[in-house]
Design a protein around this ligand. Structure first.
Ligand code: 13P
Ligand code: SF4
Length: 379
């Protein structure tokens, strides 16, 4: 089948994504004594509220540690969705960005879903308004609509499939094999990478991640020359010129798994620097370097930090859990009909991922592990 790329410029492409406002709301470090007090109080509140923390790798290391130590999870967006849906706790505290909290609520409408700051959003979500996206879909009724998880509930409700970076390529390959043409949104780099990998016919919405869009291929090539033994790990939201230099392209969990699997002990990592906490903790004898986001002469070599992920704090978790039941701060509320519609394509993805896991288990080939096996193990 012939592969075509059709670009679509959405009407809000020049709009500001509120980046400055997000940075302005990143909480300052409260210091060790206040941090210790806050952690103790959060542990009490988690018990009182029958709650568990579901965190992403990009949030502050202290939050990741607390999530793990209290029986919660730290994962990529697929694992967060699955963990939240399967865990028996009646309250989920989602330390990440809004689409992750919304996904948890869509999958568990009976649970209370709290976020440390429910204004923590994502440039991909902001860059794909539901009404414009719906018009785009209306113009291409012959295409299967596949959206990245980094979207609002309303955009998901318009989709046939939701995917995350850990299963997007496999799901599109599956649809392509069935002869389906794809309408993809919102990340243009991830969409282009999946298209290149699968050969699928994909029409791409032109969104991007403010963090990954900044990685610079020229600077990365120079750094790689200085450290020829280093393996380059790249998240697929990065530009094509950057993924072209990668030894491994994958979701956050898949990159962490690769850091453990590969023989080398030096890595250049092109994703949000929050992930380095987990990598360094798991593999203390290995060296992890952030990939460059700046050109020569800049004062900062890499500033790959998501301002919305950085809005998550211990204080925010304590405030949300400590607020009164029924009047919680940071509680995710969704229209029931919209949530029901958005649930269908998310569950399709979860079923696909579960089936894929079974197939890998049966084949005994765990080389592309990570997202599928982290919580279950290959046995
Ligand atoms: P992962 O699902 O790979 O963790 O990605 C989520 C995300 O927002 C990356 O920027
Ligand atoms: Fe969105 Fe990028 Fe932040 Fe991930 S890192 S949440 S894609 S803005």
């Amino acid at each position: 089948m012939q592969t075509i790329t059709v670009q679509y410029d959405h009407p809000d492409s020049g709009a500001s994504c509120g980046l400055k406002g997000a940075w302005a709301r990143v909480p300052s470090d409260p210091g060790p004594a206040e941090r210790a007090r806050s952690e103790r109080r959060i542990r009490e509140l988690l018990q009182e509220r029958d709650a568990v923390i579901v965190a992403h790798y990009y949030v502050d290391g202290a939050l990741q540690e607390l999530a793990r130590a209290t029986g919660g999870c730290v994962g990529d967006s697929l694992e967060m969705a699955r963990f939240g849906a399967e865990h028996p706790a009646s309250t989920l505290v989602v330390a990440g960005v809004r689409f992750m909290g919304e996904t948890a609520k869509i999958l568990s409408p009976e649970k209370t879903v709290l976020m440390p700051d429910d204004d923590a959003t994502c440039s991909l979500d902001l860059g794909c308004p539901a009404d414009a996206f719906s018009r785009f879909c209306d113009q291409h009724p012959d295409r299967t609509v596949v959206v990245y998880a980094n979207t609002s509930a309303a955009v998901k409700a318009r989709a046939d499939w939701v995917v995350t970076s850990s299963v997007g390529k496999d799901i599109v390959a599956y649809l392509h094999a069935r002869g389906e043409k794809i309408l993809w949104a919102p990340d243009r780099h991830l969409g282009a990478w999946i298209q290149q990998q699968t050969g699928a016919d994909m029409l791409l919405w032109q969104g991007s991640c403010v963090v990954h869009d900044e990685f610079k291929a020229d600077e990365l090539a120079l750094l790689s020359k200085d450290y020829p033994e280093a393996a380059i790990l790249v998240h697929p939201e990065s530009p094509a010129s950057v993924t072209a230099l990668a030894h491994v392209v994958g979701s956050t969990t898949q990159l962490i798994a690769a850091a453990g699997r590969l023989e080398t002990d030096r890595f250049i990592v092109a994703t949000d620097q929050g992930i380095l906490h987990d990598m360094q903790m798991r593999y203390p004898h290995k060296h992890f370097m952030p990939a460059p986001t700046a050109g020569q002469g800049a004062s900062c070599k890499s500033c790959a930090t998501c301002p919305w992920m950085a809005m998550n704090s211990l204080g925010g978790i304590e405030r949300a859990l400590g607020s009164g039941i029924g009047s919680e701060i940071g509680s995710i509320e969704l229209d029931a009909a919209l949530a029901q519609a958005a649930r269908v394509p998310i569950e399709r993805m979860l079923k696909f991922a579960a089936d894929a896991k079974q197939r890998v288990r049966a084949s005994g080939d765990f080389s592309n592990d990570g997202a599928l096996f982290k919580h279950f193990g290959p046995a």
